[in-house]
Structure formats: structure tokens, C-alpha cells
Design a protein around this ligand. Structure first.
Ligand code: ZN
Length: 447
């Protein structure tokens, strides 16, 4: 069996402050890149563009002929990457819209089975969807055309077509860019190398044959398509690199683990094992550090002292925190040897305020980071990751299912007398719900 491979993103950072003139050149590319994307969105982002976006040759040809590239003076490599990125966004939006409408059709109890069949056919078959939205007859191969006629005959097709149009108008979000935070660059437009004693990367600019050099903190070299994020306020550059990694599978990973995530202890398992016990300390320190710096920064805003230094220190602080999170997650996998990991689905807009000292924004963001890293590591280690329904999960007794009391991090059930740490009780409920199939499945097409 061939080894399965998946992608993950690694980051590279500029080592020295990027000189203003070089930053200017990067921002010029960024601005043009944004203009190209905007143009593609405006021309092909709507219903009328549906017929052209896949496979995209038409868009490529039309955009080439539009003269925009020479008008901007943008190297073709950047021009086409911007175009492809915009096309990818547009396709992504449409598949999300279709998934949403499919879900609504499935849930709608007013539709008969035939009506549902017809609507699903429109959403899934060739250019039927596009044709209905543009009020045309679909062009389908003979065999499928017959099927379409059969389905349409059994229902009030006109009414269902209008329903589809209405749902799309309601749920489709057209992509648009008012700002862009980075641009893609392919191998043709960059080269890793050295300049003096520094190792780094040479990037093509709008000026013919002129490349700028950015010294990097590491000397790794990649050959994939990179994503460059200029950060003018910090005089720095960040580069995202997609790296293909092989998936490991472990014969001895056989356990089912329920997890509870916390502000203080990062993870608690259903067996009461803890990972990331210093998580809260790290987060509090980080949050306080940022708050202090922000106060002094705002006080001295006029002079704007040390902004670059602040951003650099902030990044180091963040890297330390992330290093700790990853190290503890690795320890979790090594120790627990999970086959499947259950976690509560992240509630939407959950109120914060568990600890006033930890800024809510930062707490939520780090929790998102932990969750993403946990998911990614599961993918890398061939461990299944499943989210369970979270309603009342920390109030329910994991022994008898009654609603118990929570006090000072403890849980007590007056119905059966069960007593445990609040997080352990919650993790046990997570495991139980996972094992009994109360799992939230991601809707197809969503990222
Ligand atoms: Zn109980």
C-alpha cells in the first residue's frame, strides 16, 4: 500500500527588518495581486460566471485578453497565481452554497420524495444548477437528459426552480477583496540563496530581472508554491509553505479517548490524565504582557517607539506558547496511543469571562489553535477525530446522567453520589457521547 501523504503549513520569518524600499516593492505586488483577484471576482463571482469557472480556461483566456496584466505591469507568474487563487475561492463559495441548499432540501418536510430527487439532481448534475439559475435549459448528455425529463415530469418544476433560485440568493456569499494580506509565489519567481552571511530568499518584483533579498531566520529551502505575507507595520515578512508529510499509522494506537479542553489545563482525559498543566500560566503571562505593552504603546503613540521590537517580542512569546502546546500534544499522543479522539464541538459565540485576567480574544484564539493542532496531528498519525454534541456536557453526571452541581472545579451528583473533577466528568461524558454515536458530522463541502 502506498504511504498516504497530507499537507501541512510551515512558516518562515524574516530575520532582519525589511528595508522600506524593499517593503514598498512587495506591497506593489500585493496591491496588484489584489486588483487581479477583485477583477476576477467582479467578472466571474456571480451566477453569470458559473459556466466559466470550471475548468477555467475561458477565464484565463478572457483575462489574458483583458489587458489588465500589461496595464498593471505585473509579472505573469503573479498575475496567473492571483487569477487561480480567485477562481479557487469562487469555486469554494459555490460548493459551500450547494452544500447548504442540499442540507435545507434534506431537512424540508414540505417536499415530497420526488421533489427532493429533482432538486438534488439539479444541485449535483453537470450544468443543470447553472442553467436553472440563469433560466436556461440545461445542456445534458442524451442519457442524463432523459432522466432529467422524467424527474421534471413528476413535479412542478417551475416552482422548484424558483425555490432553488431563492435559496441561492439567500445563502450565496459572493467573494470580494477589499484588502489582501499576502500573495502566492511559484518557483519561477523565487530562489533560496545567501547574501553576505545571511541565508534567505530572493523574490521577483515588478521591475524586470530585479529580485529583492529577504534574510530568513532558518536556512530551510522548499520548492513548492509559497505564500508571502508582507507586514509593513513590523517591517517583516512571513512566508507560508505547504509541506507534504507522510501519514504514520501505529498498530498499537487502539484507545478511545474523551477529551475536555480547559483554560488552565489544556487537556484532561476521561481517565483524569492531564496535558498542558501550565497552559493557563503561559496564557495569562502572554495576555498580561500584551496588555502592558499595549498600554505603554498607546501612551507613547506619537513617538511610536519600538513598534518593530514589540512585534518581534510578541512573536517570540507566541512561538514559546505554541512550542509548549505542541510539545504537550505530542506527549498526549505518545502516552495515550489513541485510535479515536473525541472532543466537544466548539460552541458558536460562547461567552467568555472565565478568567478576567486572560483576555477573551486571546483565550478563544489559543483554543482555536489547540484544536487545529490537535486535528492536524490526528491526521498525521492516522487517528480519527470526532466532535460530539456539547449540550449540558459539563452539568450531566457521567455515571447516571442526572444533572449535578459544579463548584470550584469539582462536580457532584446528588442523584447517585458520583464525585469527580469537573473536567474529568466532562471528558467521561465526551467519551460516552462519542461511543454512543452522538457525533456532529461536518457538512460535505465545508472546509
Ligand atoms: Zn449521578
Amino acid at each position: 500500500m502506498p504511504t498516504e501523504r497530507i499537507y501541512k503549513t510551515v512558516h518562515q520569518y524574516s530575520k532582519l527588518p525589511v528595508p522600506a524600499e524593499d517593503m514598498k516593492k512587495l506591497l506593489e505586488i500585493l496591491e496588484d495581486y489584489r486588483k487581479v483577484k477583485s477583477c476576477v471576482y467582479a467578472r466571474y463571482g456571480g451566477i453569470g460566471g458559473l459556466g466559466k469557472i470550471s475548468p477555467g480556461y475561458t477565464v484565463q483566456n478572457e483575462m489574458t485578453k483583458s489587458g489588465l496584466r500589461s496595464e498593471l505591469g505585473l509579472p505573469s507568474v503573479y498575475f496567473y497565481l492571483a487569477l487561480f487563487e480567485a477562481l479557487g475561492d469562487i469555486r469554494g463559495r459555490w460548493s459551500r452554497t450547494k452544500a447548504k441548499v442540499l442540507e435545507l432540501v434534506g431537512k424540508n418536510e414540505n417536499f415530497t420524495a420526488e421533489e427532493k430527487h429533482y432538486l438534488r439532481f439539479l444541485l449535483k448534475t453537470g450544468n443543470a444548477f447553472e442553467a436553472v439559475l440563469n433560466q436556461r435549459d440545461p445542456e445534458l448528455p442524451e442519457k442524463i437528459r432523459k432522466r432529467y425529463a422524467e424527474l421534471a415530469e413528476k413535479v412542478e418544476a417551475g416552482r422548484l426552480d424558483r425555490y432553488l433560485c431563492r435559496q441561492v440568493r439567500k445563502h450565496h456569499v459572493r467573494p470580494d477583496v477589499t484588502s489582501a494580506n499576502g500573495f502566492a509565489v511559484s518557483e519561477r519567481a523565487y530562489r533560496y540563496g545567501t547574501c553576505g552571511t545571511h541565508s534567505g530568499i530572493y523574490l521577483s518584483t515588478k521591475e524586470n530581472r530585479k529580485r529583492i533579498f529577504v534574510a530568513l531566520t532558518d536556512s530551510n529551502q522548499y520548492d513548492s508554491q509559497l505564500f508571502v505575507r508582507p507586514k509593513p507595520e513590523e517591517a517583516s515578512v512571513e512566508i507560508d509553505v505547504p509541506v507534504s508529510v507522510s501519514v504514520h499509522s501505529h498498530r498499537d494506537y487502539v484507545n478511545e479517548i474523551g477529551l475536555s479542553m480547559g483554560v488552565f489545563t489544556m487537556l484532561t482525559t476521561d481517565a483524569g490524565h492531564r496535558y498542558g498543566e501550565e497552559f493557563g500560566i503561559f496564557q495569562t503571562e502572554y495576555a498580561e504582557w500584551i496588555r502592558e505593552r499595549q498600554i505603554s504603546y498607546h501612551r507613547n503613540r506619537e513617538a511610536n517607539p519600538g513598534r518593530k521590537k514589540y512585534e518581534l517580542q510578541k512573536r517570540r512569546c507566541e512561538e514559546r506558547l505554541h512550542g509548549y502546546i505542541n510539545q504537550e500534544l505530542n506527549r498526549f499522543f505518545r502516552t495515550e496511543k489513541p485510535r479515536i479522539v473525541y472532543l466537544v464541538r466548539l460552541p458558536h459565540g460562547q461567552p467568555g469571562g472565565i478568567n478576567k485576567k486572560i483576555n477573551n480574544g486571546i483565550t478563544l484564539w489559543q483554543r482555536g489553535y489547540v484544536r487545529e493542532r490537535l486535528k492536524q496531528k490526528c491526521r498525521e498519525q492516522s487517528v480519527e477525530f470526532a466532535e460530539v454534541i456539547g449540550k449540558d456536557i459539563s452539568r450531566e453526571c457521567s455515571c447516571c446522567g442526572a444533572i449535578g452541581q459544579k463548584t470550584d472545579g469539582g462536580f457532584f451528583c446528588s442523584a447517585c453520589g458520583y464525585q469527580a473533577e469537573e473536567k474529568v466528568n466532562a471528558a467521561r461524558n465526551v467519551l460516552r457521547r462519542g461511543q454512543s454515536g452522538r457525533i456532529v458530522y461536518e457538512t460535505a463541502g465545508y472546509r
